[in-house]
Ligand binder design. Sequence first.
Ligand code: SF4
Length: 97
Amino acid sequence: MQLPVITKCVVDACAYNRSQTCHAPAITVGDTGAMVAHCDTFLVAPTKGGDPSTTGQVGACKVSDCTHNESFTCHAPGITVGFNMNGVDCLTYQSQS
Ligand code: SF4
């Protein structure tokens, strides 16, 4: 399957972010235990990382109550990541209820 592309991430402070684009090869969404769509790959580091020649994709998502989630895998065409309350979250999350 084609992994969902991270069409935009506004979290400049993340080591994988350059010009509001994610360059982690694949991110994981969702915190273990909590049913929230946090970006689990968010990282603050002294240097930038990832692969600047590619745009990040969603490798795994643990948020099983999202309408786009099937078998802990995201099937959205693309997602955006940004701030939600105090967290860095998948903003494409849509509750099934
Ligand atoms: S859209 Fe839903 S299934 Fe896809 S990464 Fe975001 S929370 Fe997970």
